[in-house]
Every structure is written in C-alpha cells, then in structure tokens.
Design a protein around this ligand. Structure first.
Ligand SMILES: [Zn+2]
Length: 89
C-alpha cells in the first residue's frame, strides 16, 4: 500500500475529527507479552496534529505483527542490537 492512498482514505482523524494530519518519521516500539525484549522501528506514519493519534500503513501493521511473533519465538537473529534497557524499581 502506498502512502498517497492513506492520505485519501484518512481525511479526518478517526479519534478527534481533525483534518490536520501530517506524514512524519516516527519511532515505534514493538514489545510482546512474555519477553522484556523490544524492537524499535522507524517508519513513516500519519499523525494527527490535534490529538497525536498515529496512523500506520497496513503494510507496517503487518510488519509489527511479524516482529511481535519473532520476539515471542525468540527469533531475534535478524535484529540489530541497539542498546540496553535498564529498569529502576
Ligand atoms: Zn486527532
């Protein structure tokens, strides 16, 4: 799916009704129940300037699901290690 199509399909924000939607690079953190590992992904998404709601392409959504599946199955060899996440209790 190309992004032009989404611009046409989302004329107004579903959440607040605003028509001020822009394309921008966003970081999406993919996590999965049962593991503390996360994957950070940079994608282009449509963001509502009024309420901040973010709309991802269906292609990206499919990729998120796939990454979540890989995290769950511990198939992380294709992911590049980007840092360590610390937790403060
Ligand atoms: Zn909105």
């Amino acid at each position: 799916m190309n992004y032009e199509k989404i611009v046409e399909s989302i004329l107004n924000c579903v959440d607040c009704g605003s028509d001020k939607l822009i394309f921008k690079d966003v970081s999406r953190i993919i996590s999965c129940n049962g593991t503390s590992d996360v994957v950070v992904l940079r994608v282009k998404a449509e963001v509502c300037l009024n309420c901040g709601q973010t709309y991802f392409s269906s292609e990206d959504s499919i990729q998120f699901t796939e990454i979540r599946r890989q995290l769950k199955s511990n198939l992380t060899e294709n992911f590049k290690k980007a840092g360590v996440v610390y937790e403060v209790s």
